[in-house]
Design a binder for this molecule. Structure first.
Ligand code: PAF
Length: 281
């Protein structure tokens, strides 16, 4: 596994690997952008990238522009050595480990998330967060120029905005979305789960359970969004709920669940930790 820490070096390395003797045409490149503290969810993204592409690149970069003032930027879990091992064992070819200066320098340009889609739900409690996400993802995609880039469905709003950006800026990359990986008791994997105390970890199970309640109602043909949201909220209480929403795949509010076109999303706060989860129907 090759470890590279500057955008220029990575661009050069990738363009040289395309000139490998005897190879016809360009290599396909699968890219997995992450902020590190890798878990089974990231490993699934890497494995998918490995299946579909000749070269697999992963970036680990705790992107400062997507953290708001007072958020957990300084405490965000960093596990460099363990992450390197995981990358090696999962068959990563290139690990990109840039620092903030090499990514941002003295930039004056940034990408803005759309004002409606980017400032509702998670964007409402974290105004500006998605500007940082889109800016860094645009930069990373331009550095790596991947054939395909892999994102988890757990960050559904992020996935929706990145897909929109790639389409609207005519970028030549296929965005591949991958199902959420869960603990055996249902908790969605997240690097932030390590912040949870034992009691909070137990309470967090209400999140996936509330989504299960929604799924069961839908199986019984109860499709009224209001009714489903109320039941979910009842189950989540007394947790601090940021939102429970039923949207279509374009992230518009829908009055009734539409099969194959619905995302049910929850965000709660447990102690100081925000936890997201969702199901796609
Ligand atoms: O989902 C993440 O880990 C981050 O938001 C991403 C996409 C790597 C951008 O920093």
């Amino acid at each position: 596994m090759k470890i590279i820490s500057t955008p220029i070096e990575l661009k050069e390395y990738l363009s040289n690997s395309n000139k490998t003797e005897g190879f016809q045409g360009n290599h396909s490149v699968g890219f997995v952008p992450t902020m590190g503290a890798l878990h089974e969810g990231h490993i699934t993204l890497i494995k998918e990238a490995r299946k579909d592409n000749e070269i697999v690149v992963i970036s680990i970069f705790v992107n400062p522009t997507q953290f708001l003032e007072g958020e957990d930027l300084d405490n965000y879990p960093r596990k460099d050595e363990a992450d390197k091992k995981i990358c090696e064992l999962s068959g990563v070819d290139i690990l990109f480990l840039p620092n903030a200066n090499s990514i941002y320098g003295n930039d004056e340009v940034s990408i803005l998330a759309p004002s409606v889609r980017g400032y509702v739900l998670e964007g409402f409690s974290r105004p500006g967060h998605f500007n940082g996400v889109l800016s860094v993802v645009m930069k990373l995609l331009n550095i790596v120029s991947p054939t395909r880039a892999y994102f988890g469905k757990k960050d559904a709003q992020q996935l929706n905005l990145i897909t929109l950006m790639v389409k609207q800026f005519f970028m030549s990359v296929e965005i591949i979305s991958i199902d959420t990986v869960r603990e055996s008791d249902g908790l969605a994997l997240s690097s932030r789960n390590i912040y949870l105390s034992k009691k909070e970890r137990e309470e967090a199970l209400k999140i996936s359970a509330s989504l299960q309640i929604a799924a069961k109602m839908i199986i019984k043909n109860i499709v009224d969004s209001h009714e489903i949201i109320n039941k979910m909220r009842e189950h989540l209480e007394p947790l601090e709920i940021f939102y429970v929403e039923i949207l279509n795949r374009d992230f518009e509010i829908i009055k009734e669940v539409e099969l194959e076109n619905t995302v049910i999303l929850v965000e709660v706060k447990l102690g100081e930790t925000r936890l997201l989860d969702n199901i796609w129907l």
